[in-house]
Design a protein around this ligand. Structure first.
Ligand code: GLV
Ligand code: MN
Ligand code: MN
Length: 410
């Protein structure tokens, strides 16, 4: 059979997705596999085992990324695919896992067909893509591609106070492979869209043009606890009120700016968090994103001004800390065209679009030709247990991945 006619086995892929989703399974069909937890470890063991069954040369690097390489006829940098298997605490079963398992599926199909490509092909899962336990996100791929510093990342503490280096050692994934110098021929990642565009417009495949910039900041506000009944409004230093006002201003600003600007306060915690006590402390996070760097910088500056105003008016203290900052990236025109052309050849309706979510691919984009394939997310729902992509769409996306990998690897 000609390699152009090879197809993935969707039943085998769905079975693997199901098995992985059984680890850290939560009510509603989703998963909780926060990075470097026991659930992450079990997921890693499972997927590494599959890599070994496929005869890949598996390595674990110092930040815990796992890469499996299938040899080619030539000894040269591999065409790499992959994604992540960690999740947010209330995650869906497709986010990340699909890209990794579709990469494995592509390898299995090549094995069955007895095909040896000219260049090696690798499949990877990267540590802590989500950033939900340890910020920043895309930590493993960032270190892998020399975008983030290994030492700094190993030293980061998570929301539970645990350090990355300790958590890696605890789960047995503090590997020895060096990082920061890995040369890939190219990188291509399949992922669920996690937004509504493909479904709403009736497309099966997204040829991703790039990823928007991401800015994460944490604010710690310090006010004064006092009695909710006796303290006149003008005498309060209410950290809870300031946290709420920041959330309102962030949303107002994003709506005013329009375009791709989005703003989210995802964490808001008050202390002591009691009905009749003015909050002495508040912890909140702000997630700002835009496809245009200048617009993102403008949003950051404007919000800083607004926050300074609110904070000083109420007389509360504020300490801020940057959790993540990534500029927008654009993908390689040839890789975008490869995804688009492959999808068209396979008879899929394909649309070019930017990614709203962060992805490991964005860490590769400055270093090698990089692209992404999106498949529709039902109702545009993600970071939610109800995340769903239909098996026909998974089949289409994984076939595009297989054929694009073959085209790239020769
Ligand atoms: C990662 O999933 C992100 O976009 O926050
Ligand atoms: Mn993801
Ligand atoms: Mn995610």
């Amino acid at each position: 059979m000609r390699t152009e006619d090879l197809h993935i086995n969707v039943d085998r892929l769905m079975k693997r997705l199901d098995t992985l989703a059984g680890i850290g399974a939560i009510e509603g069909g989703g998963v909780c596999r926060l990075a470097l937890t026991d659930e992450d470890r079990l997921g890693r063991d499972l997927v590494s085992g599959w890599m070994e069954e496929l005869g890949l040369a598996v390595t674990v690097d110092r930040i815990g990324n796992v890469v499996g390489i299938r040899q080619g006829r030539e000894d040269c940098p591999p065409v790499l695919t992959g994604s992540h298997i960690d999740s947010v605490a209330t995650g869906g079963r497709y986010d990340g896992s699909l890209g990794v398992l579709a990469g494995l599926e592509a390898m299995a199909v090549l094995d069955e067909a007895g095909v040896t490509t000219r260049k090696p092909i690798g499949v990877a899962f990267f540590t802590n893509e989500e950033g939900a336990r340890f910020a920043p996100d895309m930590m493993g791929s960032g270190v892998h591609q020399g975008m983030l510093d290994l030492g700094e990342m190993l030293d980061i503490r998570g929301i539970d106070g645990r350090r990355v280096s300790d958590a890696l050692a605890e789960i047995g994934y503090a590997g020895s492979e060096s990082v920061g110098a890995f040369k890939a021929d190219s990188y291509l990642e399949l992922h669920v869209e996690q937004g509504p565009v493909l479904e709403q417009e009736g497309f099966t495949i997204g040829a991703v043009e790039g990823v928007q910039g991401i800015s994460w900041t944490e604010y710690r506000l310090t006010g004064t606890s006092n009695h909710a009944g006796t303290t006149p409004m003008h005498l309060r230093k209410d950290a809870g009120y300031v946290a709420a006002a920041i959330a309102v201003e962030a949303r107002r600003l994003a709506l005013e700016m329009g375009g791709t600007q989005v703003a989210t306060v995802g964490v808001s915690e008050l202390r002591p968090n009691l009905v009749n006590v003015i909050a002495a402390e508040a912890l909140l996070t702000l997630d700002l994103r835009n496809t245009k760097e200048e617009r993102l910088q403008w949003a950051e500056a404007r919000l800083n001004e607004l926050i300074e105003g609110i904070v000083s008016e109420e007389g509360v203290g504020v300490q801020s800390r940057r959790l993540a900052r990534f500029e927008p990236v654009t993908f390689d025109p040839d890789m975008i065209a490869l995804v688009e052309g492959t999808a068209q050849r396979l008879g899929c309706r394909v649309k070019r679009l930017p990614s709203g979510a962060g992805h490991d691919a964005q860490m590769f984009a400055p270093n090698c030709p990089t692209g992404m394939i999106f498949v529709p997310s039902q109702g545009g729902i993600s970071h939610n247990v109800a995340e769903y992509t239909a098996p026909e769409d998974i089949r289409a996306g994984a076939d595009v991945l297989l054929q694009a990998l073959i085209a790239r690897a020769g």
